[in-house]
Design a protein around this ligand. Structure first.
Ligand code: XMP
Ligand code: MG
Length: 180
């Protein structure tokens, strides 16, 4: 049923425990304030849904869609906004929520774009970080798990649009893949 994606890297219980810890940090850091949470489509949608439900501070939500990976796995090197947020962000506290920080191309490009819109503050929260893959220096403010260099799916993350529904994060092993 899950064919190439059989090895569980992060069981759902561990993910939800870590999500609660991240939300507690965010609650503490933004006490008395209100957040605009910007999710990066599509991979972050499940993580974002869990994070905002674990927060106690008020938040509103918007989404952005970026093109840098296409349907494959390697970043193309530049960041283009395919679907922009509707909200105005000038003067607001912004938290970008992303599934995974890999080369750093997507998030460094997105942060540059959003900073030009003059938010009051801007931080980044990622579920997963693959520090060994970085080609552009980038550090997220909140990191769920630091993981080794493996291609992962589940909990919102896909391979060619499959496996997003899996509740755990799994290592994807494809005989055709350079990641295998
Ligand atoms: P960069 O390289 O720009 O990449 O930091 C971030 C984007 O790359 C995708 N990505 C993955 N997607 N499993 C996935 O399903 C992975 O292991 C993986 N590594 C990177 C992801 O779309 C993220 O937004
Ligand atoms: Mg993504």
């Amino acid at each position: 049923m899950v064919d190439s994606a059989t090895e569980i890297l992060l069981p759902k219980e561990d993910i939800l425990r870590r999500v609660a810890e991240l939300a507690a940090m965010i609650d503490r850091d933004y006490a008395g304030r209100e957040l605009l949470v910007i999710g990066v489509l599509k991979g972050a949608f499940i993580f974002l849904a869990d994070i905002i439900r674990a927060l106690h501070i008020p938040s509103s939500v918007d989404f952005v869609m970026i093109s840098s990976y296409g349907s494959g796995r390697e970043s193309s090197g530049s960041v283009v906004i395919k679907k922009d947020i509707d909200a105005l962000i000038a003067g607001r506290d912004i938290l970008i929520v992303e599934d995974i920080l890999d080369t750093g191309i997507t998030l460094s490009g997105l942060v540059d774009i959003m900073k030009k819109r003059n938010p009051a503050s801007l931080r980044v929260c990622v579920l997963l970080d693959k520090p060994s893959r970085r080609t552009i220096p980038f550090t997220a403010d909140y990191v769920g798990f630091s993981i080794p260099d493996a291609f992962v799916v589940g909990y919102g993350l896909d391979c060619n649009e499959k496996y997003r529904h899996l509740p755990d994060v799994r290592i994807f092993r494809d005989p055709e893949s350079s990641y295998a």
